[in-house]
Design a protein. Sequence first.
Length: 400
Amino acid sequence: MWKNIEAAPADSILGLTEAFRADQNPKKVNLGVGVYKDDAGNTPVLQCVKEAEKLLVEREKTKSYLPISGDPAYAASVQELLFGAGSEVISSKRAATIHAPGGTGALRVGADLLKRFNPDAKVWISKPTWANHKGIFGAAGFAFDEYPYYNAETMGLEFEKMCEALENVPAKDVVLLHACCHNPSGVDINNTQWEKIVAIAKEKGWTPFLDFAYQGFGAGVDEDRFVVEKFAEAGLDFVVASSFSKNFGLYNERTGALTVVSPSAGEAAVALSHMKTTVRVNYSNPPAHGGLVAMTILTDKDLKALWLKELNGMRDRIVAMRSALVDGLSARGIEVDFSYIKEQRGMFSFSGLNDKVVQWLRDQKGIYVVGGGRINLAGLTTANIDYVCDSIAEALTVCK
């Protein structure tokens, strides 16, 4: 069957990790994979997660299937995190939420759902975007186009051109937006700019699809949901794919959610019915453990407080590594001004390192960076920051 079929190419990021593992350089550093690391270079299990898991073991009475849409208490917890306690969206029941296998699963369920009822729509994605976005929506059968986002010359947001493109998106097309901590650039839309984008969506009639994978990694849990609240206030139909991989460290539990927001409770109920039929033919029921862990934490006052403390610690460490990188490069007398890295948010940064420098760092120093210069700041530690700064300084000199 496979005799005359070529092998599929390796994933651009996961393939980089495989090369990193095979590298024999004792000083090697992985700045590619999008996973949080602590200062010891490990992806930790949060203490709040450990405590929640203890409670689950004590309370668990069955391994039976969850409902197709997941535990209702999980959906309620997700909605409170997305919209805030006391939100009108929650009280009016305008939102429908299902438990999905990670943010990727949520994106795919949302793509399948929209394709079913809006088959002629095109999906618009930022240029650049997370590499898997094209794969997910393409596999669901969507054609896609791009809107301007990142300006490589200013190292900032191409906002005016972005708005010009969004004003010309046809009604009923789908626009995929990063709610915060844009992956891969780290360049975010500010609150004033979000208000303009919401106004454009309302005027033009396209469907916003928010990828919300990093809530709490930008400015804070409450601050990062600004755009979700603004779209909700506008009374639009929109979709949110959220993930607990990063902010709860539940990477291997594949814990996420898809939320559809509608103008009325009746429409939300209809949406939920079709979300269930989409899930049924996809994976039938969601995995239980990660969702129950997140729900346990979010519904327990003490555990939630502990989670917020640990989440703040992760965010603060990434900010500290951003500053350490910029200051370290500046201290080495580099001509290039890397100060823009401090203005970016989340785990990722478009560092400005070109592909020649990226390849040299990999070949000569065992420092692995994604093509195009995207780095994961969480891969930096107090133990490797000097080595990385020395190596980049040398690379910029050698690769002139």
